[in-house]
Design a protein. Structure first.
Length: 105
């Protein structure tokens, strides 16, 4: 598994607290570059630009990426183009959200 794939896998543990699904399945991660010096650069967005939990999500993203062997620094670049829409979610996210709604969350 290459480092970008390992980082993406680690990011599957990061949930968007307002939505309840992980940021990878939601389609919030647009790209990952693992640089030779051990820095991971993660391009991602949020469901809305004024997300009140942005700092928490970015912190969780950094911590998850740092858990990958060989990653010693993380830069998160929040981008707003392309704008996130629910169409970017995969089927796993849709199922998670549906299950949470049925459970009354």
């Amino acid at each position: 598994m290459n480092k970008e794939t390992a980082i993406l896998s680690a990011l599957e543990e990061v949930k968007d607290p307002e939505v309840g699904a992980n940021i990878v399945d939601l389609g919030l991660v647009y790209g990952i570059d693992a640089e030779a010096d051990g820095t991971a650069v993660i391009r991602m967005t949020l469901t809305i630009p004024e997300c009140p939990l942005a700092d928490d999500i970015v912190r969780d993203v950094k911590n998850a990426a740092l858990s990958v062997s060989g990653v010693n620094d993380v830069r998160v670049r929040l981008v707003w183009e392309p704008k996130w829409t629910p169409a970017m979610m995969n089927d796993n996210a849709r199922e998670e959200i549906r299950a949470l709604r049925q459970a009354g969350h």
